[in-house]
Design a protein around this ligand. Sequence first.
Ligand SMILES: [Zn+2]
Length: 562
Amino acid sequence: MRPAQTKNLKSPPRLARGVLRVTPLGGLGEIGRNMTVFEYQGKLLVVDCGVLFPEDHQPGIDVILPDFTSIRDRLDDVVAIVLTHGHEDHIGGVPYLLKERADIPVIGSELTLAFLTAKLKEHRIRPQTVHVEAGDRHQAGPFDLEFAAVNHSIPDGLAVAIRAGAALVLHTGDFKMDQFPLDNRITDLRAFARWGQEGVDLFMVDSTNAEVPGFTTSERDLAPAIDQVFATAQRRIIVSSFASHVHRIQQVLDAAHAHGRKVAFVGRSMVRNMGIARDLDYLRIPRGLVVDFKKLESMPDEKVTLICTGSQGEPMAAMARMASGDHQITVHEGDVVLLASSLIPGNESAIYGIINKLTDLGAKVVHKGNAKVHVSGHASAGELVYCYNIVRPRNVLPVHGESKHLHANAELAIRTGVDPAGVIVAKDGMTIDLIDGRATVSGQVPAAMVYVDGQTVGQVTEDTLNERRLLREGGVVTVLALVDATTNRLTEPPEFLTRGFVHDDHTFDGATAEVEKALDRAAGRSVTDLTKLEGVIQKAVARYIERTYRREPVVIAIVVDA
Ligand SMILES: [Zn+2]
């Protein structure tokens, strides 16, 4: 196995004829913002373009995008974007890429394109779409694409085989191997085997669950636990789920129907996606089962089911708001809250905080920790080794996962007999060249985190985030100083204004002397420029507070020429 070494890697050389270059721009080292660029004969193919959702240490960020720097000057060479499935971490970045070049053809399955088109409508972009199905073959520039069905936590997922000259790359997308899925559309291992016979030069494999031993439980196995909730609930049932998890919601609808309840969808993305899924026949809704949320309010509690999600389609965001009484659904005594999802995003203590608050409101909370109401959408180690044995690839590039997941997946590949020299644990931005069936790391292109904050893209930097963290942890202290610019002397003691920094009348007593000393030293160096003096005072006060109180608030100095 060749682990990632980003140090000393330079920009890759110009691509020689006949070489296929594979550059993951996202999804290697994080769960999200999946994106890979393939380059062959001067043309580029993009597979997936997703977002990463921010964590607690990235305050104020809406989503995080892959870094488009390395392809920005070459957008005219992009022949297509292939989307493996409709999850946000695979399609969420497409609006931002299309804003840079609107007419890149987008290739995907029916449901994937429908979810994408609805999302792009909000960005006022009408994409050029190419609808493909499992089994289809499609030529995009020099890339010969062939698609196979994969099973995942959203319907209509595709794996894609990419032929470029003599090279064959197989990209699984996100997948698992549920043998009894609700739509009976299983991962097409026969296609995997066929490509394996032909000779897969590079196998790019979903690593999300590579550390989980055994096999991922079937979606159908959740039915008894979901049914139990409906059989025993006395009041309303409030279900939270990802807005894209059509099969999970189908199971909830079936249970509600069986127990004589009505259902309302709550949350823009839930209403929108379920409308699309119903119109395209991915969701079967018995007549009269689903009613408007407003209509449900006048019904008796024991007839009510609410299925909701957060604004980005993430369930826990909505539950957090409900728990703090900041949501259109008010949780009552006796309600049952069913968390029919994984408990990400967010850390565990935040999740249990939400569950505790809902419990305090009188609700009974059913979640994956106390009932079998969630299964993962990704293949566990047992499934992955089957795939390696079926495909028998020459080289392996684990994708979709944090470092620990990529390494676990690499070890599985090696255990099945893949030559360790051909198993590459890479990082975002590393370029991997396929030459005569051999994969080698050839360089590194930019792969920074690109932050979206409101209307801005890429303007928030790591420094901005650091300031936000400091503001959050230490508050802010503003120093207002009247300075005589000819002498660098304070004309009166500076004024200290604070937000989020605890202080009393004497907190800054010693600071004035520090400011005076710093101004004297500046005068000695003939520094009289007001902006520079602000820097001098800012540093003096920050140092004083750090030394005296062991606190690091953001310090802002304003100097007025007196
Ligand atoms: Zn997915």
